[in-house]
Structures are given as C-alpha cells and as structure tokens.
Write a protein that binds this ligand. Structure first.
Ligand code: AMP
Ligand code: MG
Length: 352
C-alpha cells in the first residue's frame, strides 16, 4: 500500500500548479489517474518501463493487452509511429482532440511493454482540458488504460477510481464525471480499409460520412472468433452479478422483464434492471426491483454517459442478477451494446 493523494481540479479554471505537480510525478515514474472525456485513465510516461509495468500490476491487467498512448499535439505522432499516412491526418483534423484511437506501425523507441509486444501502437489525443494540460506539462507521451481494476466497469467518476485504485497509485485527479462515458473508438489504420476494433464515441456513421461507407470496416463483435483488439477477448466491464442482455422489440422485452421481476420476488431474489425510461413499469416498484435508467432510447449519448456508473450501482445494491435492455445499435448505441455484450460474457438473448 502507498499513500494515494486525491486532488480536485476544475476543468473550467485549471489549477496550473496542481497539474505541474502531477506532471512531475509522472516524469519521476509515478502513476497518476486523470480524467479524459471518455473515462478516467491511469497514466505513466511510456519511457519509464517499470512504471508502465506497474500499470499492469495495479490493474491486474493481462500482459498481452496493449495500452493506448496519449499525446497533446499532432507533432508527437512522428515520435511514436513509423509512418503517418494521409488518412491519419484527415482523421486528426476531423476527430482530434476526441474519443478516437489510431493504430499505426510503431517506432522501435516505443517500449514493448506499452504495445504488449505488438508491432503497432495505439495513439489518442484526448479533448478533456485537464488531460490536455497534464499531457502538455508532462511533455512526453503517456500510456494510459482505463483507471479501474481489470475486468471491472470502466471509471467515469473519481469515486470509481478511488474504489479500485486507492493505495495503489501516487495521485488521483478528480474533475467530476466524464462526458462520453464509454472508451474511445479503436481504429486500425494498418490495412487497406479503416477497421473499427472497438466501437466508441467516434461512430461508424461519423467515419463513413468522411471516408465513405465502403472504406469503413466494422466487424461484428458477435460471431467473431478471433478477438479484434486484444483487450476484447476478456470478460470486461463486468459487474459482480451475472448480466443477461436482452434484444427484441420493446413490447415483448417489457413483458419478459415484468415476468422476471415477478419470478425473482417469488424466489426471494434481488434483481437489477438496466433499461430505458420508457421500459419502466409500476410493477417494478411493487416487486422491489432495482431499476437503473439509461435515459431515453432515442438519445444514445445519455445511455453511454451513464452505463458504467449503473453497472457499479448494481454492485452496490448487491443484486443477484441483472437484466439489461440492448440499445438500438446506431451512433454511440453501438458502443453501449458492445460493452453490455462484454459484460454479459459474450451472450445476447433475443426475446420474441
Ligand atoms: P483501455 O486502455 O483499457 O481502454 O484498452 C485499450 C484497448 O485498445 C484494448 O482493447 C486494447 O486491446 C486496444 N489496443 C491497444 N493497442 C492496440 C494495438 N496496438 N492493436 C490493437 N488493439 C490495441
Ligand atoms: Mg479498460
């Protein structure tokens, strides 16, 4: 155990001195958890190999799961990537700073610990003002996976980071809830097409609008034998209770939920339901169901912002089983579906 310092920084009135100290901790080999617009990240300077290894230790992250390298300005690309294709420039102009990670062939100087031995490196330029300023003051690329224990839901609030990493890292920077709520889109630029390895805040539709739909490959996470991003093969984002993911028309799904609530009550079990406002049923209150709202179905960004927090609330409520209603798979809904699918252990049930 080490003493973890926790500081609060207002994203709209950044405390320069506090971030300068955080940057110094990073440069000296410490681990710092910091907010980004997607989720909180756990950072180490990429050239401090022992610190990078320590990220894997404190998270309990499998060693074959590479980290995303965070930069604050475009010029750092050439420090990391062997070649920077024209496509990367267009992507950066359009989507950086923002929730997009680009996979490119890596330079030899990028330590193998960062890329988990792969010949490629994942690079992102985040939009959060605290992340940007911290990266600028650090002056070196920072490897940062999500600041949670491996397998747990990703952290979208500093309380989530504290729950998982207190006593294990030097510093946690709190700047309130993150905005996007799901991790960045991971995009492979090494092939002839743009390949989405992990859906996220920059959606397939947004990429298709720039490059044309034929240029964007979005392999299905379902029926995919070989994992795309190495990290996608693990049971991820998982609450403690088993989670069942339900697809189908709203009406039969609602009927199924009502029946499940009744059965749980008879069996003396506590269930959690993660669904949309429209799916709420007065019978839920009567049967003591813990209802957690993803907001309105027609607004997928709301569900994305809340998802990981709701999964942690299910843990806190100590439910025996969780039923989650699948979001429409459009826009950022695709990313929410993907995280729920992982949380369900790679299963989805169609309700008719
Ligand atoms: P996290 O930082 O926890 O959001 O996880 C980063 C994600 O990016 C994981 O799913 C990794 O497997 C993926 N990733 C990182 N680097 C690479 C790479 N070089 N090639 C493919 N996927 C990568
Ligand atoms: Mg993660």
């Amino acid at each position: 155990m080490i003493k973890t310092e926790i500081i609060t920084v207002d994203p709209e009135a950044i405390d320069q001195a506090a971030l300068a100290r955080a940057a110094a901790i990073l440069r000296q080999g410490g681990l710092v958890a910091f907010p980004t617009e997607t989720v909180y990240g756990l950072g180490a300077v990429i050239y401090n190999r022992d610190s990078v290894k320590n990220i894997f230790t404190v998270k309990g992250r499998p060693g074959d799961n590479p980290l995303i390298v965070h930069i604050y300005q475009w010029e750092q690309m050439t420090e990391l990537a062997r070649e920077v294709p024209e496509t990367a420039k267009i992507l950066a102009q359009r989507f950086w700073p923002g929730p997009l990670t680009m996979i490119l062939p890596k330079k030899a100087e990028v330590p193998a610990e960062v890329s988990a031995g792969l010949p490629t490196v994942a690079i992102r330029l985040p939009a959060h003002p605290v992340a940007k300023e911290l990266l600028r003051l650090t002056g070196q690329p920072v490897a940062a996976p999500s600041a949670n224990s491996s397998g747990r839901p990703s952290p979208t609030r500093s309380s989530h980071v504290i729950a998982d990493l207190d006593g294990k890292v030097e510093l946690i920077i709190d700047a309130g809830p993150t905005g996007v709520g799901v991790e960045s889109t991971v995009l492979d630029l090494t092939g002839p097409k743009l390949r989405i390895l992990r859906p996220g805040g920059v959606t397939r539709e947004m990429l298709a609008a720039v490059f044309g739909p034929e240029m964007v490959e979005a392999p299905s996470q379902i029926n995919c034998v070989r994992p795309l991003a190495p990290g996608m093969k693990y049971r991820h984002y998982a609450p403690q209770a088993p989670l069942r993911l339900l697809t189908g028309e709203p009406e039969p799904v609602r009927g199924f939920l009502q029946k499940a609530a009744g059965e749980a009550r008879s069996a003396g079990k506590q269930i959690g339901i993660i669904a949309y406002d429209e799916d709420r049923n007065p019978a839920f209150t009567a049967t003591g169901v813990n209802f957690f709202s993803l907001g309105q179905r027609r607004n997928p960004t709301e569900g994305a912002e809340r998802l990981f927090h709701l999964l942690r609330l299910c843990d806190q409520a100590g439910v025996d089983e969780i039923y989650a209603v699948a979001p429409p798979r459009q826009g950022v809904g695709e990313a929410v579906f993907n995280r729920l699918y992982k949380a369900a252990g790679g299963k989805v049930e169609e309700i008719k």
